[in-house]
Design a protein around this ligand. Structure first.
Ligand code: 5GP
Length: 143
């Protein structure tokens, strides 16, 4: 396969190995989901397959088939928990497309009528706000 190889020394690799913390909202054998520290909208979370791949271009289709149902589950939960009008799912591949962390992930972003998104990788959110938002989603998943 052409393109750059996966480098496990990326932020999400470190989160998956427990080397740096995250506000976790969901985990199963194949997938971890946690709050984005620079949310583009309240409740912005990331769904990350545990299997290593740089992005969708080098991912194993078997991994994609497991992660997408989790993206759907979290999109539904985030829409309810944040009383959103809609959900944007975003996934960037390579720097030219806006990717900044090189472990495959899907953004799940609550949206509201007439409200534009905040910038991608913009301002860091307060830790307590992220923790409270994670609890909202966890609570919704429990319903
Ligand atoms: P990408 O541009 O690769 O699609 O998005 C990477 C995302 O990861 C950005 O939305 C950014 O805010 C988020 N991010 C960057 N560093 C961290 C971190 O240390 N922890 C968490 N939870 N999110 C991060």
């Amino acid at each position: 396969m052409s393109g750059q190889a996966y480098d496990s020394n990326n932020i999400f690799g470190k989160i998956l190995r427990g080397e740096i913390p995250c506000h976790r909202v969901y985990e199963d054998e194949d997938t971890l989901a946690f709050m984005d520290v620079m949310p583009q909208s309240p409740g912005h979370l990331l769904v990350v397959p545990k299997a290593p791949s740089r992005n969708i271009l080098d991912a194993d289709p078997a991994v994609l088939s497991k992660v997408i149902p989790v993206v759907q589950k979290l999109a539904r939960a985030a829409k309810e928990a944040f009383e959103a009008d809609g959900i944007t799912v975003i996934q960037f591949n390579e720097p030219a497309a806006g990717q900044t962390v090189y472990h495959l992930h899907f953004h799940v972003v609550p949206r509201y009528e007439g409200q534009p998104l905040k910038p991608h990788s913009g301002q860091m959110e307060n830790n307590d706000v992220l923790a409270a938002n994670a609890e909202k989603i966890i609570g919704e998943l429990g319903n």
